[in-house]
Design a protein around this ligand. Structure first.
Ligand SMILES: C[S@@+](CC[C@H](N)C(=O)[O-])C[C@H]1O[C@@H](n2cnc3c(N)ncnc32)[C@H](O)[C@@H]1O
Length: 586
């Protein structure tokens, strides 16, 4: 019987007998999505529905699901495993399956037992060979440097030195991807003195139904970068553990370093490693596989517990102080624009997060959230550090309730298309409301976000982005359906039938000459070799000059092209940024 059939049988048996212990058995067999069991769990314990999260926790502690050693054992570093997994990577490399090979080499790097293991050095060296083949010479050099630092065997050194020489030669002869010169989306408008990464002249206002909103106090032009924000928290789905950084979520071309103590976690840099150890991994190292088992298929669900431990660290591990603050401060509203980022204090930013007001008590996925909070609680309490800090009953209940509360807040705050593999939390950008015809693009590259005006924005206009659906692409029904995931009915102008009709009537056709230029531009855009900077400048000029035709069809088509070019440019800009970091590492 294959594993899937076995799982199915166990699942059906659990359903028939309605016995929690059979469910626990099914869970042991299944190493994958826990979400499969949420509905089933709730069916087996219907009395829990809508009850307090403490009841969920008590039920889970008594009846399971037990995420223990039999379900998700800790992985202990092993050079033998490192060598075996590396062999699998070599097979992918020979077949030129570069991404699969990188993932296997990363896994091998994680298994390598300690910084002096030659398996660590060989893993980095093998990665450098892939980057060389991919034409990523800076990354090749950075990985050669890592291999040399981590006991790469002398007997193999000549091969590595040849690759180092060849990579340098490729860069010197203009074959580096950095030589392709990507335009940077720099902030050119005046910045705010207390928020150097944000344009001056933007405020937070409370608007009917929308709630907190970002509003321009001065006009902006198309192409103005009005915010460049870094996420304060991010998470990846466990499937990406050998592909993305556990702290900032970036893929970094899969050039990652391992947690020195466990096999389950990687980072894009020493900085992320240090920060993650400080804010969350010290509470997770040793139980990561169990946590992964719970959050398989989702990055978001772990962010609630993570936010709690982040806060606890900022309160200097003093749980009583954190409890005092949280109990004295209800969720009655918060404005991140009151923070002084020129004198950044992460605790103040965390307090703003804690005070976010949720618009409803009717939360989506509430039963699942309580179930997950309870199961996470049961796993985190296995960690000695957590057990030493969370001791009394009120402290334990506080941690449990915080897991749930922060999961809800994060569900409310996360912007952009709902996808599960990586998620990031931005304090300021998360104040942006959705519009199906947004005036601004939120370009996101993992933990980096830029808000860029897509068309001229007038003073007093709300700054809005799209969380996914767009009137230009999706029907009213499609948009409504997508937005049910966000649990709100869109009130933007495109979703109000009368306003949408009036708006449409105001649109004009582009004059013949710019229309001809636009068609030529369309062709140019299909030419991959065309100068990105020239495309951007042209589109930006169109967007500003012909705003009077908005929302005419030609103008809207052009904005759609502009949106795509901006998103591609931002990705390239961020990738170049990482290549430049690799140069420094080499
Ligand atoms: C990421 S938050 C945006 C900030 C939020 N307005 C606040 O008060 O914190 C997303 C929430 O804002 C509200 N919202 C955003 N766009 C909206 C829209 N187009 N129509 C109605 N409500 C919207 C919904 O309550 C949604 O769940």
């Amino acid at each position: 019987m294959d594993a899937l059939t076995e799982l199915l049988y166990a699942y059906m048996a659990a359903q028939q007998s309605q016995s929690p212990s059979n469910l626990a058995h099914a869970l042991r067999i299944n190493q994958k999505p826990m979400s499969l069991y949420t509905t089933e769990f709730l069916r087996l314990a219907p009395h829990l529905a809508k009850s307090d999260v403490v009841a969920y926790r008590n039920y889970v502690l008594k009846n399971g699901p037990f995420i223990d050693e039999t379900v998700a054992p800790d992985l202990i570093k092993s050079n033998k495993r490192a060598a075996d997994v590396r062999q699998a990577g070599n097979r992918h490399f020979l077949a030129k399956d570069y991404l699969e090979a990188l993932e296997k080499y990363n896994e091998s790097i994680c298994w390598a037992d300690g910084p002096d293991s030659e398996d660590l050095g060989i893993g980095y060296a093998n990665r450098s060979a892939i980057y060389f083949d991919m034409g990523e010479y800076e990354l090749s050099l950075a990985n050669i440097a890592l291999a040399k630092k981590h006991n790469y065997p002398e007997r193999l050194m000549p091969k590595l030195l040849t690759r180092e020489h060849n990579s340098k030669e490729k860069i010197a002869t203009g074959h580096s991807k950095l030589a392709m010169r990507c335009p940077s989306l720099a902030m050119k408008v005046e910045s705010h003195p207390k928020r150097p990464f944000m344009a001056a002249g933007i405020v937070q206002k409370e608007l009917p139904i929308y709630g907190r909103s970002l509003v321009a106090e001065r006009p902006f032009k198309a192409g103005d970068v009005i915010l460049h924000e870094k996420a304060w928290m991010a998470a990846i789905s466990p499937e990406l553990k050998y592909q993305n950084c556990n702290r900032c979520s970036i893929a970094n071309f899969h050039s990652l370093i391992p947690c020195p103590n466990c096999v389950s976690i990687m980072y894009c840099s020493e900085k992320c490693l240090e920060e993650d150890l400080k804010y969350s991994h010290r509470f997770e190292c040793g139980i990561s596989e169990k946590l992964h088992h719970i959050s398989y298929g989702s990055s978001r669900i772990l962010m609630g517990p993570r936010a709690f431990f982040y806060g606890l660290t900022l309160f200097k591990d003093n749980l009583e102080d954190m409890m005092k603050f949280c109990e004295a401060n209800g969720r009655d509203g918060a404005d991140p624009l009151t923070l002084d980022y020129s004198n950044y204090d992460p605790l103040e930013e965390f307090k703003i997060f804690h005070k976010v007001k949720l618009p409803t008590n009717n939360f989506l996925y509430e039963d699942s959230f309580r179930f997950y909070a309870a199961v996470y609680y049961s796993v985190y309490m296995k960690h000695p550090l957590v057990r030493s800090l969370v001791v009394t009953k009120p402290q334990k209940d506080f941690m449990l309730r915080s897991f749930l509360d922060y999961t809800r807040i994060i569900g409310f705050l996360i912007i952009g298309p709902r996808q599960n593999f990586t998620n990031q939390l931005f304090s300021i950008a998360s104040v942006c409301n959705h519009s199906c015809d947004p005036n601004t693009l939120a370009a996101v590259h993992f933990d980096q976000l830029k808000l860029i005006a897509l068309r001229p924005i007038a003073a007093d206009e709300q700054i809005q982005i799209s969380y996914g659906p767009l009137a230009i692409k999706n029907t009213d029904n499609e948009r409504r359906q997508t937005l049910t995931m966000y649990h709100f009915d869109c009130i933007c102008d495109s979703c109000d039938a009368a306003k949408a009709r009036r708006k449409k009537a105001a649109g004009k056709k582009l004059p013949p000459v710019p229309l001809k230029h636009l068609m030529a531009l369309n062709q140019l855009l299909e030419d991959g070799d065309a100068d990105d900077a020239a495309k951007l400048t042209m589109l930006q000029q169109f967007a500003n000059r012909y705003m009077y035709t908005y929302p005419g069809e030609n103008y809207m088509d052009m904005i759609d092209i502009y949106r795509k070019v901006l998103a591609i440019t931002f990705t390239k800009e961020m990738e170049d940024h990482r290549r430049n970091i690799a140069v420094k590492m080499a």
